[in-house]
Design a protein around this ligand. Structure first.
Ligand SMILES: *Cc1c(COP(=O)(O)O)cnc(C)c1O
Length: 222
């Protein structure tokens, strides 16, 4: 496991460097979020030992069970919430995560704003865009994005740092990345959370600042 994860991490780092070179971008402008969902501390530890500091989880409960001990051991780790977030988990999420990539509805904005105020913590926030308008997927529809972002600011005083998208599994990702980048640009947002194991090089070419990579580092999830 240890060998597999560190080999995967090294390969992903190399691919990031290559994609950045091709896109004439500084690799320091791309944050690799290592998605450790379903993997236990024993699988995560070698990746931390190899210098990785940003990790992604998609369930509050799972993250709350395994990360506090790991965080206590290594300073400087950032935890990113990348999965759908229920409003009743906002308190726990604000307490645990340094970034939340899945802001997508007013009730969640309200709950997050309340907890940010109460706890005095300021997680980096991304609004998720459902670029493929998929019924089963979370996220704000592209045509509703500008109004939603204005509402985040005006009604809830939420500082949004950027946008996130998960392209439909059966489509070429590039148009979805381009649409997300376009919505971000016209709303003055600098950060783009896009790209996973299969397509992060394309996402980097299209301006991703945060790539969320799981299986290419940790192996196949069971
Ligand atoms: C699981 C997950 C990822 C990582 O997917 P891989 O294909 O394993 O890299 C990225 N983003 C989100 C939102 C996820 O849930």
């Amino acid at each position: 496991m240890s060998t597999q994860t560190t080999t995967g991490l090294a390969a992903v780092r190399q691919e990031i460097e290559r994609a950045c070179r091709e896109a004439a971008r500084n690799p320091a402008t791309v944050t690799l979020v290592a998605v450790s969902k379903t993997f236990d501390a024993a699988a995560i530890e070698p990746v931390i030992a190899a210098g990785q500091r940003a990790f992604g989880e998609n369930r509050v409960q799972e993250a709350a069970a395994k990360w506090p001990a790991l965080l206590a051991r290594t300073p400087g780790i950032e935890l990113h919430m990348i999965g759908p977030l229920q409003s009743n988990k906002a308190k726990e999420a604000v307490a645990l995560f340094h970034a939340i990539h899945s802001v997508d509805r007013p009730s969640l904005c309200e709950a997050l704003a309340k907890e940010i105020e109460k706890q005095g913590r300021r997680p980096l926030l991304f609004v998720e865009i459902n670029t493929g308008a998929e019924a089963q997927k979370a996220g704000v529809l592209p045509q509703d994005a500008d109004a939603f972002l204005a509402r985040c600011r005006e009604a809830y005083g939420l500082p949004i740092g950027g946008l996130m998208c998960i392209p439909p599994a059966d489509e070429a990702p590039a148009p979805h990345f381009a649409l997300t980048a376009k919505i971000a640009a016209r709303n003055g947002l600098k950060l783009l959370s896009m790209g996973m194991s299969a397509d992060f090089a394309i996402a980097i070419a299209m301006g991703a600042t945060h790539i969320r990579v799981g299986s290419a580092i940790f192996g196949t999830r069971t």
